[in-house]
Design a protein around this ligand. Structure first.
Ligand SMILES: O=c1[nH]cnc2c1ncn2[C@@H]1O[C@H](CO)[C@@H](O)[C@H]1O
Ligand SMILES: [Zn+2]
Length: 345
C-alpha cells in the first residue's frame, strides 16, 4: 500500500523549511552567472557537495557551515523572490498544500537591502508561487543566535509590520549549543508585545531545558525539533499539557546528531505519549531531502502505517500558524484529497 507513488500523492504540509536551505543547485548556477559571482565549479551536480551535508556530518555546527555558501547568492530582491517562488514549485511537486517558509532577514543585507525589504521580497515571491502552483504559504522571520539584540529586535519589529500581510511568526535559529535561549528574553518579549506568534529551535543541539526556557520564558507556542525533550519527563509533560506542537525534521535531526542514530529517534514514543508531532523538511537542499522522502523514511524505519502517516500530516494542519477559518479551509481541502485517495473513512 505504501508505495512511493502514494506517498508523493498524499496531500501534505511543511511547517519548518528554511529558504536558504532550499535552493536548487541549478538556481545557484544561474544566480552566480547573473550576478557575476564566482563559483568553485560550474556543473550543477558538482555543486551539490558544496551545498549538501554528507554522511560524515557530526554536529549542528558542521551542518550550519553549509549555509554560508548559499546565502552569498541571496542578496538581491530578484534572488529572494526567485528562491521563494521556487520553494513553492518544489512543494507542489510533492503535493504540499501549505508551507511556512522561514528565513533570517539579517543574512540577506550584504548589498544594502533593509530588513523590511527582504521580508517584502520573500512575501512577493511566495505570493507569485502560491498563485502559480496552488500552494498556500506564510513567512517566519528568523532571529539568529549569533546576532546581537539590536539586530534581532529589528527583525521582530519588521516582522510585526507584516503580520496579516504574509508573516505568521518569528523564530530563533543557529548554534543552539553556544547560545542558550535565555540570552534572548528581551528579543522575544518584544514579539509578545507585538502579538507575533513565536516558535523556537530548541532541544536539537542541547537538552530539554532549552525547550522549557523557550516555552516558559520566550513564549514559544511551537518548538523547532524538540528531539531531546525525551531527556526530561516533566518538561515533556508540560509540552504535552500545553499542546505545544513539535516541528520535527527527521533526516536533518539524524544529520545534526540530535540523537546518535535512527534507533534513538523518539518519534514513535512521542506519538504514543500524545505529543503533537509534525513532520517537516528543515532544509531540502542541505539535507538532500523532500517532504515525500521524510514520510518514506519514517514508514521504512518505524513501520508507520498509512493511518499513522495521515495522523502526522493532520497534526501539521492543526499546528499551522493560520487563522481558524483558513485552517478549516485547509483541513477540508486535505480531507477531500485524502478521501479521494481512499484514505479517510
Ligand atoms: O536545524 C537548524 N537548526 C538551527 N539553525 C538552523 C537549522 N537549519 C538552518 N538553520 C540556520 O537558519 C538560518 C536561516 O535560515 C540558516 O542560515 C542557518 O544558519
Ligand atoms: Zn530549522
Amino acid at each position: 500500500m505504501l508505495t512511493q507513488d502514494l506517498l508523493s500523492r498524499l496531500p501534505k504540509v511543511d511547517l519548518h523549511l528554511h529558504l536558504d536551505g532550499s535552493v536548487k543547485p541549478e538556481t545557484i548556477l544561474e544566480l552566480a552567472l547573473n550576478q557575476g559571482l564566482e563559483l568553485p565549479v560550474y556543473d550543477k551536480d558538482e555543486l551539490i557537495p558544496h551545498m549538501r551535508v554528507n554522511e560524515e556530518c557530526g554536529s549542528l555546527t558542521e551542518y550550519l557551515s553549509k549555509f554560508d555558501f548559499t546565502t552569498r547568492f541571496l542578496q538581491s530582491a530578484e534572488a529572494l523572490e526567485r528562491v521563494a517562488y521556487e520553494v513553492l514549485e518544489q512543494s507542489a511537486e510533492h503535493n504540499c498544500k501549505y508551507v511556512e517558509v522561514r528565513f533570517a532577514p539579517q543574512l540577506h543585507r550584504h548589498q544594502g537591502l533593509t530588513v523590511e525589504e527582504t521580508i517584502h521580497h520573500v512575501v512577493e515571491g511566495l505570493k507569485r508561487g502560491g498563485r502559480q502552483f496552488g500552494v498556500r504559504a506564510g513567512v517566519i522571520a528568523i532571529c539568529m543566535r549569533n546576532h546581537d539584540a539590536a539586530s534581532n529586535l529589528e527583525v521582530v519589529r519588521a516582522a510585526g509590520k507584516f503580520v496579516g500581510k504574509g508573516v505568521v511568526a518569528v523564530d530563533l535559529a543557529g548554534d543552539e549549543a553556544s547560545y542558550p535561549p535565555e540570552f534572548f528574553r528581551e528579543v522575544f518579549a518584544e514579539s509578545r508585545r507585538l502579538g507575533i506568534p513565536v516558535t523556537i529551535h530548541a532541544g536539537e543541539a542541547a537538552g530539554a531545558g532549552n525547550v522549557y526556557e523557550a516555552v516558559a520564558n520566550l513564549g514559544a507556542v511551537r518548538i523547532g525539533h524538540g528531539v531531546r525533550l525525551k531527556e526530561n519527563a516533566s518538561i515533556l509533560a508540560m509540552v504535552k499539557d500545553r499542546r505545544i506542537p513539535l516541528e520535527m525534521c527527521p533526516i536533518s535531526n539524524i544529520q545534526t546528531k540530535a540523537v546518535p542514530g535512527w534507533e534513538a529517534y523518539p518519534i514513535r514514543e512521542y506519538l504514543e505519549q500524545g505529543l503533537l508531532v509534525t513532520i517537516n523538511t528543515d532544509n531540502p537542499s542541505v539535507s538532500g531531502t523532500n517532504i515525500t522522502k521524510e514520510y518514506s523514511v519514517l514508514a521504512d524505519r518505524f513501520g508507520f502505517t498509512t493511518p499513522e502517516l495521515v495522523k502526522l500530516i493532520m497534526n501539521g494542519v492543526e499546528a499551522a500558524f493560520l487563522e481558524e477559518s483558513d485552517k478549516l479551509l485547509l483541513k477540508r481541502e486535505m480531507e477531500n484529497e485524502l478521501s479521494s485517495l481512499g484514505l479517510l473513512n
